[in-house]
Ligand binder design. Structure first.
Ligand SMILES: [Fe+2]
Length: 304
């Protein structure tokens, strides 16, 4: 029983034509389906049908989809989420295009998380027979895959407990008011795989999105993405720089609707038996931006 990974981010955009230029031409995602004010994208190295759904009208997050390892997991997570006090409802095949049945959970932080086991398998752009190491005709950044999301919660400690106790994630790192046992959690970085985070939660209003991130191969690709952002007038928030937390390399930037995105590379290999790293709140800026050690007002206040 396990949650495999972040399967999809479903986000709102104010203008679909601008969004398509950004996510298609600049980020180089592959448009898989377009219908009824929604566009479905995948990265070139993803097997399943889509990892990003854009819906026209507003900004921010509609929901996150996490794929589970076994169909029987759905019922177990349903029970656990109900016991945790969450509103849980069943979703049927086809409610989400190309996605099987599952459950929809409203988190204590008001975010909606869907768990599913099946999504139509379409394969990567290089296939499974003697594959090339990348597709020859990548567009723009050519992001291979979606990586993680950072959401805000009035009680990040409760959100941390939800992901650990209900979904079986493990906390790789956290920011706390002190090193004492009764310290309050200000932020939590949680993994359900071997990446340093599949979700992160920081203090803030319920239901909001801080950013979602695409994984790139390495620091060179982060720098190259920065060049493409300059060419395409993509507003950059912070970076390129390195995180203390996760040790990942990063640029934060905004899509044309104002949703913050990130290109992320590196980070350590994580395993569930690792102790949780704790950062004290006085070192928060260094934890987030290890090199510059400063948080700008925009980074801490702009949410969608
Ligand atoms: Fe991130």
């Amino acid at each position: 029983m396990s949650v495999l990974r972040l399967g999809y981010v479903h986000a709102r955009v104010t203008d679909m034509a601008e969004a398509k230029r950004h996510y298609g031409d600049t980020m180089g995602l592959y448009p898989m389906l377009e219908e009824q004010g929604r566009v479905y994208y995948k990265g070139w190295d993803e097997y399943d049908h889509h990892s990003l759904v854009l819906e026209e009208g507003g900004v921010g997050l509609v929901k996150l989809g996490y794929k589970v390892a076994d169909p029987a997991d759905i019922e177990l997570y349903e029970k656990r989420a109900e016991q945790f006090g969450c509103l849980v409802e069943r979703m049927s095949t086809g409610e989400n295009r190309e996605v099987g049945d599952g459950i929809r959970i409203v988190l204590p932080s008001d975010h909606v998380v869907e768990l599913y086991h099946e999504m139509t398998l379409v394969g990567t752009e290089v296939g499974t027979h003697n594959p090339d190491v990348f597709p020859r005709h990548l567009v723009g950044v050519g992001a291979p895959r979606i990586d993680h999301a950072l959401i805000t919660a009035e009680d990040p400690g409760l959100a941390d407990r939800f992901f650990r106790e209900v979904l079986g994630f493990y906390a790789t790192e956290r920011v706390a008011t002190s090193l004492d046992d009764d310290a309050q959690i200000i932020g939590s970085w949680l993994s359900t795989s071997n990446t340093p985070h599949d979700i992160a939660v920081i203090g803030g209003p319920n239901g909001k999105l801080h950013h979602f991130a695409f994984q790139l191969a390495d620091w060179s690709d982060i720098k190259r993405a920065g060049g493409l952002f300059a060419m395409d007038d993509v507003p950059v928030d912070v970076g390129p720089t390195q995180h203390g937390i996760t040790r990942g390399e990063t640029i934060y930037y905004f899509d044309p609707s104002g949703n913050r995105n990130e290109v992320f590379s590196g980070g350590y290999l994580a395993f569930p038996d690792r102790p949780t790293v704790t950062w004290t709140v006085d070192e928060l800026a260094k934890g987030i931006f290890y090199i510059g050690r400063e948080l700008n007002d925009r980074f801490t206040s702009v949410l969608t």
